[in-house]
Design a protein around this ligand. Sequence first.
Ligand code: FES
Length: 151
Amino acid sequence: MAHESSRRTFLSVVAAGSAVTCLGGLSGCAAAGPTGQIAAGNISAIAEGESVAIAGQMVALFRDANGLWAVTTICTHLQCDMQEQGTVSPSELSCDCHASTFTPDGDRVSGPANRALDNFEVLIDEATGDITIDADVVVDAATRTAAPAIT
Ligand code: FES
């Protein structure tokens, strides 16, 4: 009898471990979101209507007619990094872990995620066009940083 109970416990543990979860510690999962100042390339590398996922930094940059903005790529459901387990495009962020989707501004569209993605402050050096994302400063989703006229 004790043997059956141990077998059942073992099978329960195996079943729980095989579910698609992502709470950090696994490949493609983030223990925490982005932090600090993140170098995000140059304004010349992102045209209006484009997005750029900043590799290894858990954040993506977007540009429209009003300027640039940055959004975390860490899903608000169970923290899968959508750069590794999903898609980041100019029109949508989608999470392959459990099918949550978000607008480029980070608003939740569908799936089990129950809140929007954080937007971060974007700083642009007016002389060089170099972009820095300050992941310690969360801003409103409508915030845009105007692209400077670089001569
Ligand atoms: S981690 Fe579950 S939907 Fe993204």
